[in-house]
Ligand binder design. Sequence first.
Ligand code: CMP
Length: 136
Amino acid sequence: QIERTLVIVKPDGFRRGLTGEVLRRIESKGYVLADLHITTPDRERLARHYEEHQGKPFYEPLVDFMSSGPATFVVVEGHRCIEGFRALAGATDPTKALPGTIRGDLGRDWGEKVQANIVHGSDSPESAAREISIWF
Ligand code: CMP
């Protein structure tokens, strides 16, 4: 089943020069980069993207972090790539993410209010369609 998912290389990944490394892992897995652009995310679209997290303690710091600089937005395509990219990314908490995953290999806990965890990947086909329509 061919799916599309939204991957974001977040501002921490961009600042650290890890965009190419993340894209390389996606391509090495066999997924296709169907579309891609770099932009500093605006708060209005971030509010829609993160609407399920509104009201949580990490919400405001999350929007501050995500709007802090350029990020790369990627539409990734492939068989079961929604689940597959989340496996590549590893656990949300970079300390718990297993070695071999993007967050496990490249991420760490910076002791800040938000998990600056390099990448985002949609968690379901519904989220993927919604998120792609926000950013593309
Ligand atoms: P993401 O997949 O982009 O979706 C929501 C983001 O909020 C998540 O990645 C993390 O960056 C952050 N996040 C999720 N849970 C927590 C948490 N418990 N504490 C801090 N940040 C979190």
